[in-house]
Design a protein around this ligand. Structure first.
Ligand SMILES: Cc1cc2nc3c(=O)[nH]c(=O)nc-3n(C[C@H](O)[C@H](O)[C@H](O)COP(=O)(O)O)c2cc1C
Length: 239
């Protein structure tokens, strides 16, 4: 397994001295809204990170802004080396492969990943999808066995600040149209991550009262999800 169990900074006393090693928890903060200062998912992801740091002092934060720094969409260059398309990779393939390596390494190094994810056209921004495409690498985040796929990035906690104009959670037809949370849950589950938490602000385009109540609900959820221990802490306690 790639996920390490005991990389934590606040282990309870009942664990032995070996497991109590004070190791730094790493949090990767990712934003993907293109709306800058107007963005609700950016506002909520920043509040999530701040609340996480308050509840888990000493957490080290790395930041990735996909609106300004997204990888290219898949191409023959970005997949050339991974798929062994030719004996001698081109310069363009090497450069694209370096981007994939850097992104998957940064992701695998994180214990907690906080993602600002707006809904665009029933799904996620293309920039966020392009990032996930670079993470989905056989041998790094998943592998296939005779019994099917196995996730290799387990042990992490993912917290998503999901913003959207309409309301999707309240009806069956809404849930069927929603490919934002459902997609993120599936893909991180495919990577082996079972602890995926959502802070949802929906109905943001449905008037001032609806927006205010969506933000209040999201903030209450932020307080809750950041108080919970990270997945790896729970795993260490259970061991
Ligand atoms: C290009 C675009 C597409 C959108 N598509 C949807 C949609 O399919 N469903 C929805 O409920 N809201 C949609 N919205 C509204 C956004 O989800 C909403 O404004 C949300 O606050 C965006 O997150 P942000 O403020 O972090 O950018 C869309 C907004 C934009 C800019």
């Amino acid at each position: 397994m790639i996920g390490r169990k005991n990389r934590i900074n606040d282990m309870p006393d009942r664990l032995g001295p070996t497991t109590q090693r004070k190791l730094v928890m790493k949090l990767l903060h990712v934003d993907s809204s293109v709306l800058g200062a107007q963005s609700t998912s950016r506002l909520l992801s920043a509040e999530l990170v701040q609340a996480w740091q308050q509840n888990h002092p000493g957490t080290q934060v790395d930041y990735l802004d996909l609106a300004t720094d997204a990888p290219n969409h898949f191409s023959a260059d970005s997949l050339g080396i991974k798929l062994g398309m030719q004996a001698e990779p081109t310069e363009a393939q090497r450069k694209e492969n370096q981007v994939s390596e850097q992104l998957v390494t940064q992701f695998l190094a994180a214990d907690v990943i906080v993602i600002g994810a707006p809904m665009y056209n029933f799904s996620i921004p293309t920039q966020l999808k392009a990032w996930i495409d670079r993470l989905a690498q056989a041998g790094r985040t998943f592998k296939y066995t005779e019994k099917g796929p196995v996730g290799l990035a387990g042990g992490k906690t993912v917290i998503v600040a999901a913003s959207r104009g309409g309301v999707y959670s309240a009806t069956e037809s809404g849930q069927a149209a929603e490919h934002q949370e459902s997609y993120l849950k599936v893909i991180f589950g495919f990577f082996g991550i079972t602890d995926v938490r959502f802070v949802r602000a929906e109905g943001l385009a449905m008037g001032e009262a609806a927006k205010a109540s969506a933000l209040a609900a999201a903030r209450a959820e932020i307080a809750k999800v950041t108080r919970e221990a990270a997945n790896q802490d729970k795993a260490a306690l259970a061991a």
